[in-house]
Design a protein around this ligand. Structure first.
Ligand SMILES: Cc1ncc(COP(=O)(O)O)c(C=O)c1O
Length: 389
């Protein structure tokens, strides 16, 4: 048998790769030794990591490592099955309960990743007559799920309440409004209190708080707590402040039951290892009780702001994400490379992840940094930009 269409895949793939390369937008996997630590090594050179999402410094924390080891001793390795078959252990139940108690919801439904939680939520909740209204800068997992869902997707201009109101009032369809709490590329916050006020009685609100949970609010309860609101549905991801991976959708009991029945990424996917669920429960407790980690972030953020605020490209944020906008992809790559010469590792974020002309260094602060790390980074960046002018 011959497959005459096969060469089409080859030429398509080669064309796409060549185009990426020509635009200077190719991405490369970097092998790093100690990649989840504040200092790591590549080819014998040492770097301070300013690009991780490990905001509270838990990913390599000995206390959390120990918790996972205890979980392994207690529960073994894998979960052995999807949750509705035999994969749901006491460790998963304890994690769900911890999250519900901390974040104030009746139910928590666990997923292997934030990406799958977002897809599961939108695919399961939305029908063809519904409208999903998303902030234009929402994460790819949300925008893609909205487009692929049965519903009509509309997007409102970033954080623009007036535009959101127009879309809310356009028709009488059932509506779901979806926003991030903290936006991953700009580090700014959604005006959640205003959004909730606008949608009252007109829509349900989903907040993906991947970058706010653990950082903002009382005991790190996140963006909604900080804004004094409760979202109908809250997505918490475990790959950032929790220092691990996975995610939970927090909701009321009936949405929880509904997702448990119908969310395919939950029903047809192997449950996370129970040892990981055990470690996640411990991480949730560390986040709530170790306020010093959030205090440290404030100190580091103040240092960063004081040193760089007068520079073109600086963007003020009240979060751990400090974008430094340099414009072209080529310039951003060049500065990122020069920062590496100073021992500072920061990722150049380029289109299509951010709009054309707004390529940037995505600098992140974590509780594992020292003030001296931030001072050295800011001095190096100042020097590097001065040399360019
Ligand atoms: C806002 C947001 N939601 C969801 C995700 C996906 O989460 P995960 O990495 O757990 O798949 C990310 C990841 O970067 C994110 O930034």
């Amino acid at each position: 048998m011959t497959f005459s269409t096969m060469p089409a895949f080859n030429s398509r793939i080669e064309q796409a790769l060549a185009a990426r390369k020509q635009q200077g937008l190719s991405r490369t996997l970097q092998v790093l030794q100690g990649s989840n630590k504040v200092r790591f090594e590549q080819n014998g050179r040492q770097f301070v990591n300013f690009s991780s999402n490990d905001y509270l410094g838990l990913a390599a924390d000995p206390e959390l490592v120990k918790a996972w080891q205890v979980g392994l001793d207690k529960y073994g390795c894998g979960s052995g099955a999807s949750p509705l078959v035999t994969g749901f252990n006491y460790a998963h139940q304890a994690l769900e309960q911890e999250l519900c108690q901390w974040l104030g919801y009746e139910r928590a439904v666990l997923f292997g990743s934030g990406f799958s939680a977002n897809q599961a939520l939108l695919f399961t909740l939305l029908n063809k007559d519904d409208v999903v209204i998303q902030d234009k800068l929402n994460h790819a997992s949300l925008l893609e799920a909205g487009l692929l869902s049965a519903a009509t997707m509309k997007r409102f201009r970033h954080n623009d309440i007036k535009h959101l109101n127009q879309l809310l009032n356009a028709d009488s369809a059932a509506k779901l409004v979806v926003t991030e709490g903290v936006f991953s590329m700009d580090g700014d916050q959604a005006p959640l209190a205003q959004i909730q006020h606008s949608i009252e009685g007109k829509a349900w609100l989903t907040v993906d708080d991947a970058h706010g949970i653990g950082i903002l609010g009382r005991k790190g309860a996140g963006s909604c707590d900080a804004a004094g609101i409760k979202a109908d549905i809250l997505v918490a991801t475990f790959g950032k402040a929790f220092g691990l991976s996975g995610a939970a959708i927090l909701c009321n009991a009936s949405v929880g039951d509904y997702l448990t029945q119908f969310a395919r990424h939950h029903v047809y996917s192997t449950a996370m290892p129970p040892s990981q669920a055990h470690a996640l429960t411990h991480a949730a407790q560390m986040i709530q009780s170790q306020q010093w980690r959030r205090d440290k972030l404030v100190e580091l953020s103040d240092t960063y702001d004081a040193m760089l605020k007068d520079l073109p490209g600086y963007m003020a944020t009240d979060t751990t994400i400090k974008p430094f906008v340099l414009g072209s992809a080529a310039r951003t790559l060049d500065v990122a490379e020069q920062m590496k010469q100073s021992g500072c590792w920061m990722t150049a974020i380029r289109p299509p992840t951010v709009p054309q002309g707004s390529a940037r260094l995505r600098i992140t602060l974590t509780a594992s940094h020292q003030v001296a790390h931030v001072q050295h980074m800011a001095e190096s960046l100042l020097r590097c930009l001065e040399e360019q002018t």
